[in-house]
Design a protein around this ligand. Structure first.
Ligand code: DX5
Ligand code: ZN
Length: 207
């Protein structure tokens, strides 16, 4: 069954705990977007903020940072259940190994503009593939349709790995993505900007 992971970047930072608690009952994970203002042109959250949500739902940490190896210890300590790093970042293979060494699930994320094959040489070190369906950096961008085919291709090639889709996911494309083989759907604005976040999550799951 597909799991939904609300992206806390779409929540209200002033009431993040409350927002997290309000969606937890229907959420497989809370997706935490970590940005360093260098790998992407935006700054978001660090390990202390991630830690503050520990225990509400399992934490899925998405590192959009240039030097992920320097921060694996901090996010492991913060209580992450999954940590993903980008293929476009520095030493991503080493980072995947460090994550697994901590007993945490490792994810390799890939931008829409990066060729699909770029992950092949190191994917054996990853438990999950994160198909980015927007260029990373911001919430609320529109979904790249080509991601659906990418999900299909990866699922066919790596049936035992989890496939997560991140960016522009909503009830408009959730069925397509589930049919293509997605295991985890991340959604920020579609959930937190809706009138009924829990119902939106349920609708995505059942699509
Ligand atoms: C984009 C982030 C996404 C984003 C999702 O850089 O990695 O997780 O917060 O937000 P929506 O669902 O609004 O695209
Ligand atoms: Zn993300």
């Amino acid at each position: 069954m597909v799991e939904i992971a609300p992206s806390m970047l779409g929540a209200d930072f002033g009431s993040m705990r409350k927002d997290a608690e309000s969606v937890a009952s229907e959420s497989g994970y809370l997706h935490m977007d970590v940005m360093d203002g260098h790998f992407v042109p935006n700054l978001t959250m660090g390990s202390d903020l991630v830690k503050s949500l520990k225990g509400i739902a399992p934490l899925d940490v998405h590192l959009m940072i240039t030097n992920p190896c320097d921060f694996i210890d901090d996010f492991a300590e913060a209580g992450a259940e999954i940590i993903s790093v980008h293929i476009e970042a520095k030493d991503s293979e080493k980072a995947l190994r460090l994550i697994r060494k901590k007993g945490i699930k490792s994810g390799i994320a890939i931008n829409p503009s990066t060729p699909e094959e770029a992950i092949y040489p190191i994917v054996e070190n990853a438990d999950m593939i994160v198909v980015m369906s927007v260029e990373p950096g911001y919430c609320g961008q529109s979904f790249h349709e080509s991601s659906v085919q990418r999900v299909k291709n990866y699922k066919e090639k790596y049936p035992n790995k989890l496939i997560e889709v991140d960016g522009g996911v909503s009830i408009k494309n959730s069925k397509q993505l589930i049919d293509a083989g997605a295991d985890i759907l991340v959604a920020g604005s579609a959930i937190f900007n809706s009138d009924n976040p829990l119902l939106t999550i349920q609708t995505m799951k059942e699509s």
